[in-house]
Design a binder for this molecule. Structure first.
Ligand code: AGP
Length: 607
């Protein structure tokens, strides 16, 4: 998703901004641009495609000594991803970069046209720049102009704004999309993400929603929308929030899969005391958990698949209904918050706009909210009533892997916690599962990763096909949903997940020898039924790749990945790691850009 970086300081900032853009690349984008202010004149350079193309283009210009500038990576929402729609957009004396969406931007057009503004792009951003410029012309006051424009604009956005006749300052706005201030010695920065800050910046402020900042060489000021000054909450910049390195791996995705054992170990250690789950560090209100008569879950994409996994376990352990819904649909389906309920949101980034919107809806209705989040101080982490952090470390690859594995492990522990709190699981049983999750799981994931070559061997034939099914029953169906998403997202194979028993009600008509089937079977209770489904598709010509324990029925399968011997609750999580490796190697064989799949963004900050 779009990335913003801005610099006001004492050093020439061209390279600082470029490095910031490189660090923001992982978010996903299709064009980039920069605006530098020198002697009351903007130099604006934009380019379609990679930041390296922008850098190349900048070489044609004389190196700038400017110490004030803004830059941007754009993920197209309004208008094709070309140069004319790339940011920054300049209107009059105002240059602006933007992350998010302005829903009512059309309303600005007649107002601006009447004042003789003309448009050079199809973007909502240019209209916002126009409004700010118009009000700046009328008031001569940047803060008043920004606040007045923001009152007219509807949507969810973050801006960095410069004015041609203001050589010392940049303005930031946060209304729905994240924006941070980096604090340095004689310099201040604005960025969408801490990764964009240079290494020597060791403090930052996450701007509050509905706030405006003014940053300059010697510091910054923060205001609310009515321009009253507000206090800043400074945070240290930790290692996890810094830029990431591949550490010798060819791709972030593979590196992150290899980090899973350590990430699971670290995360679970934070929530286990004396061999039992203990979530007191998260601040979750135990009395609310004890009274729950139902639970809602909202999340997106991979995090949603972790949510479905959690639904399965919580319903099994607690026998209360759990309603899991993709966050983008949550509010439109008008959730019924009956009895003693709560909302659990799950998000790696903590910035996903749809998930944040679901959280805010629940909060408006007075519903207790718990967030499972990986990024400290992210918007979701700050707004939820209680936060259970996954300690997965930074995840850069657009395709989420270690975050999912850690989420499923942590949510298993949380479900266990709920069960033991409410007496539906005995202390002894809880201790046993707790041990398996915290000790056995990291070792077994390691074992799976050590057999990466075996997974790669399954991929040659799959990589030559254009479609695939993932089938499984019960909890395995949720692992399949995630496996199919991973394969689709990075290899562009049209992979669909189906409950194994559902195929014969229609979609089995697609089966042919060009349609491989990946079957996941980890639970004894459904092993025979899934085996029958494997035979059904195999006898209709499909090549079946079975992921299952060695002693489960295997007839009909062309190839089998035998899961390591492990406690049954761990097996689905191990199968998930196999499907991640399978997606990775299949995508590589197809020559895909694994870490940056087309059209996708790491952090989806628009609804
Ligand atoms: C995962 O591979 C995807 N890129 C995507 O589905 C992601 O999980 C989703 O956008 C939610 O992100 P979040 O966990 O940061 O909220």
């Amino acid at each position: 998703m779009c990335g913003i970086i801005g610099y006001a300081g004492k050093s020439p900032c061209q390279n600082i901004l470029l490095s910031g853009l490189y660090a923001l690349e992982y978010r996903g984008y299709d064009s980039a641009g920069i605006a530098l202010l020198d002697n009351e004149r903007f130099t604006i350079i934009k380019s379609r495609g990679e930041v390296s193309r922008l850098e190349e283009k900048m070489k044609a210009f004389q190196a700038s000594e400017s110490t004030l500038g803004i830059a941007h990576t754009r993920w197209a929402t309004h208008g094709e991803p070309g140069e004319r729609n790339a940011h920054p957009h300049k209107m009059g004396k105002t240059a602006l970069v933007h992350n998010g969406i302005i829903e009512n931007y059309k309303e600005a057009e007649p107002i601006l046209a009447e004042k003789c503004y003309t448009f050079c792009s199809d973007t909502d951003t240019e209209r916002a720049a126009g409004l700010i410029d118009l009000y700046y012309r009328e008031t001569g006051d940047p803060l008043a102009a920004i606040s007045r424009a923001c009152k007219k604009l509807r949507g969810s956005y973050a801006f960095a704004v410069m004015f041609e006749d203001r050589e010392n300052e940049i303005y930031g706005v946060r209304l729905g999309s994240p924006l941070l201030i980096g604090v340095g010695d004689g310099e201040s920065l604005l960025a969408s993400d801490t990764a964009a800050f240079p290494a020597h910046i060791d403090r930052y402020i996450a701007m509050e929603d509905g706030s405006i900042s003014r940053i300059f060489r010697d510091g910054f000021q923060l205001f609310d929308m009515s321009l009253a000054k507000i206090k800043a909450n400074e945070q240290p910049l930790t290692q996890i929030s810094r830029g990431a390195h591949k550490d010798g791996y060819e791709h972030f995705m593979r590196k992150e899969i290899h980090e899973e054992p350590a990430a699971v170990l670290k995360t679970l250690a934070a929530y286990i005391k004396n061999g039992l789950p203990d979530f007191s560090a998260s601040g979750v209100d135990t009395s609310i958990l004890k009274q729950l008569s139902s639970l809602h879950i909202a999340a997106c994409g991979t995090a949603m698949h972790a949510g479905l996994f959690a639904k399965f376990l919580i319903e099994k352990f607690l026998r209360i209904p759990v309603f899991a819904e993709v966050a983008s649909e949550f509010r439109y389906n008008e959730p019924i918050f009956d009895g003693n309920t709560a909302l659990l949101v799950i998000s790696q980034s903590g910035e996903t706009a749809d998930t944040l919107a679901a959280l805010r809806l629940a909060k408006e209705r007075g519903i207790y909210s718990i967030a499972v989040v990986n990024v400290p101080c992210s918007s979701i982490a700050r707004e939820a009533d209680a936060v259970i952090y996954t300690h997965a470390g930074r995840e850069v690859s657009v395709a989420s892997t270690k975050a999912y594995t850690v989420q499923t492990a942590l949510l298993s522990l949380f479900a266990l916690h709920l069960g033991s709190l409410r007496g539906s699981i005995s202390q002894k049983e809880a201790q046993k599962i707790c041990f398996s999750l915290s000790r056995e799981l990291p070792e077994k994931i390691d074992e799976v990763i050590a057999r990466e070559d075996e997974v790669r061997a399954l991929c040659h034939s799959i990589s030559q096909k254009e479609s695939a099914f993932f089938i499984g029953r019960g909890v395995d169906a949720h692992i399949c949903a995630e496996g199919a998403l991973k394969l689709k997202e990075i290899s562009y194979i049209n992979a669909q997940a189906y409950p194994a028993g559902e195929l014969k009600h229609g979609t089995i008509s697609l089966i042919s020898n060009d349609f491989p089937v990946i079957a996941v079977s980890t639970q004894l209770c459904s092993a025979e039924k899934t085996a029958a489904n494997v035979r059904e598709v195999a006898s209709r010509g499909a090549d079946v790749y079975l992921i299952a324990p060695a002693d489960f029925p295997q007839d009909g399968a062309k190839r089998v990945f035998a899961l390591p011997k492990a406690a049954e609750p761990l097996l689905p999580i191990l199968a998930a790691t196999v499907t991640q490796l399978l997606a990775y190697h299949t995508a590589l064989l197809r020559g895909c850009n694994v870490d940056k799949p087309r059209n996708l963004a790491k952090s989806v900050t628009v609804e």
